[in-house]
Design a protein around this ligand. Structure first.
Ligand SMILES: NC(=O)c1ccc[n+]([C@@H]2O[C@H](COP(=O)([O-])OP(=O)(O)OC[C@H]3O[C@@H](n4cnc5c(N)ncnc54)[C@H](O)[C@@H]3O)[C@@H](O)[C@H]2O)c1
Length: 263
């Protein structure tokens, strides 16, 4: 029998260290804010140094020495090695990894070069492999388990638009990788799950759709709820998976799409 915790204990991440890749803005920022609010010390990993720095300054103003910015490209193994060393040096260890960094350039197959195909695979899939390999080793050495959450997409299950074949391949790959490593890491009490968002209003989507940041682009997605999601709506589900609320879950994928997959 596990202890019956109160609601506030279930959500409490005090004493935990969480790494969020692509955490400077968009969905990553929504995730960072909720994990931080639950008491975790948060590492914002991004290739965009200035936005990551600004995010971390805001978090540290809310709670002293509660956030660290690390500039790293998740598709580069040296970069990922340096990231984990920096986190261990600064915060002493890592308990939660959220693989959120991802790219989705719309390119029809006829125009898709090998270079753009590999770029998407390298960031979205290779990046997940590199961070999980390195961080899970650290978690195993610490001997206190851990939580890994991969942000996939509804495209890990069903295509959402033409021009995303490389993206859909990468996200199906992340979902397969999630299930297999959940199996391998379970004896170490490292629980690995995924979240599959539908359309969420972020700077990345604005750029991909060619609209102003923050604009509702619901016409681009058919959504029964009639609106795009917000980064916080993914952040809340990450908090659920990162916390004791999900104590009997590993190898699962939660769809958070306003019903889009029903269409
Ligand atoms: N927004 C959506 O509608 C949506 C839907 C489904 C899934 N997703 C997934 O959610 C994740 C975040 O998407 P978003 O819309 O917030 O994107 P975004 O472009 O708004 O933000 C992504 C962040 O990741 C960073 N990043 C990009 N490449 C990186 C790299 N190689 N290493 C480290 N950081 C890197 C960027 O600098 C940026 O700060 C992605 O994995 C995406 O596939 C998004």
């Amino acid at each position: 029998m596990t202890d019956r915790l109160s609601i506030s204990q279930l959500m409490d991440l005090s004493g935990k260290v969480a790494i969020v890749t692509g955490g400077a803005q968009g969905i990553g920022r929504g995730i960072v804010d909720r994990l931080h609010e639950a008491g975790a010390r948060v590492v914002v990993v991004d290739i965009d140094e200035s936005v990551a720095g600004k995010t971390v300054d805001e978090l540290n103003a809310r709670r002293q020495n509660s956030a660290l910015s690390v500039v790293a490209d998740v598709s580069d193994s040296q970069s990922v090695d340096n990231l984990v060393s920096a986190v261990v040096k600064h915060f002493g260890g890592v308990d939660i990894l959220v693989n959120n960094a991802g790219i989705y350039p719309f390119v029809p197959l006829a125009q898709m070069t090998e270079e753009v195909f590999m770029k998407v695979i390298n960031v979205n899939l290779r990046g997940v492999f590199l961070t999980i390999k390195k961080v899970s080793q650290q978690m195993i050495n610490q001997g206190r388990g851990g939580k890994i959450i991969n942000i996939t997409s509804i495209d890990a299950l069903h295509p959402s638009a033409v021009g995303l074949a490389h993206y859909d391949a990468s996200k199906h790959g992340v979902w397969g990788f999630t299930k297999n490593v959940a199996l391998e890491l379970a004896p170490h009490k490292i629980w690995v799950n995924a979240i599959a968002p539908g359309g969420v209003t972020t700077p990345g989507v604005a750029k991909a759709m060619g609209v102003a940041a923050g604009a509702q682009t619901v016409e681009n997605f058919k959504v029964p709820m009639g609106r795009m999601g917000e980064p916080d709506e993914i952040g809340k589900v990450v908090l659920f998976l990162a916390s004791n609320m999900s104590s009997y879950m590993t190898g699962s994928q939660i769809v958070v799409d306003g019903g889009a997959l029903l269409e």
